[in-house]
Design a protein around this ligand. Sequence first.
Ligand code: F6P
Length: 367
Amino acid sequence: RRRIGVLTSGGDAPGMNGAVRAVVRMAIHCDCEAYAIFEGYEGLVNGGNMIRQLHWEDVRGWLSRGGTLIGSARSLAFRERVGRMKAAKNMVLRGIDALVVCGGDGSLTGADVFRAEWPGLLADLIASGELSPEQVEPYKVLNIVGLVGSIDNDMSGTDATIGCYSSLTRICDAVDDVFDTAFSHQRGFVIEVMGRHCGWLALMSAISTGADWMFLPEMPPSDGWEDDMCSVITKNRTERGKRRTIVIVAEGAQDRHLNKVSSSKIKDILTDRLGLDTRVTILGHTQRGGAACAYDRWLSTLQGVEAVRAVLEMSPESPSPVITIRENKIMRTPLMEAVQATKDVTAKIDKKEFDEAMTLRDPEFKE
Ligand code: F6P
């Protein structure tokens, strides 16, 4: 029976458990055995009981659970070749020659490197006498399939990553809660949201909650942004009668435009220039925890099923795929193409494009 390993890597995301559950059950359905690798690549390197077979009933109730029940870690050991050799040995000894990895672009790139190195790793294990040619023979080819698990929704080639809609839902709920107290005291709130270098969570939560202003990594604040922001907020409070003011700040906007924007600077502007009693709320890791929303439950299930199909169907020559969703269709995309496109998009963003985006942002205000 073919043995398929599954691991979660990088920051946890709601829906990862649904993905593991789907991989385990689809593997069993396809007459394979499923092995969970605990603590991400760390488990692959360390072996022992960090690699365990999972049966159908072992993953019962996992669909809605937040976090990742098989753990995740940032493995330094796996970044070194010697660590990957240990990982290869652990896999061969257990007869695992297929891996489904659920994580962000860094974790998935690591998987692709591992696959490319696989024949060399096996050769070295034979040369060093750690494995015999007979032991290695049945496992000469390693199949890798990626699933994108991240709350940030920061991978090109897919409309959504596993976890992003759960996180967005939690952010919206939190902002709604802040609305109540902001309304009561006619206050301003600067709310900081996650997303690393990507502004998706900030943009979508700002739209979904009707925030007054937002800061994204992809849009550097234009010269005079302080005046722009204050004018819009003043208009919203006076002409439109808003009792509360919400400004959403992507954490990546602060990192990227550090000299211009920070939550405390925005707070000071609202306080000093508009006389608003303003607080800063950093939502932090509440955005990453909690139950998976319906979208992430079905996305992780359909993608987990597709990942097993892909792992069983791929040929040694085919590039490692990542399972994506585009226009509501579950698809396979060459993993490294998606990773490269993600890098290209980030690099392409320049000041001119940002400024154009800024002028398009609020035409009513610009008049
Ligand atoms: O990638 C997910 C994420 O939650 C980002 O949004 C955030 O920048 C980062 O991970 C936080 O990482 P850590 O949990 O290591 O502080």
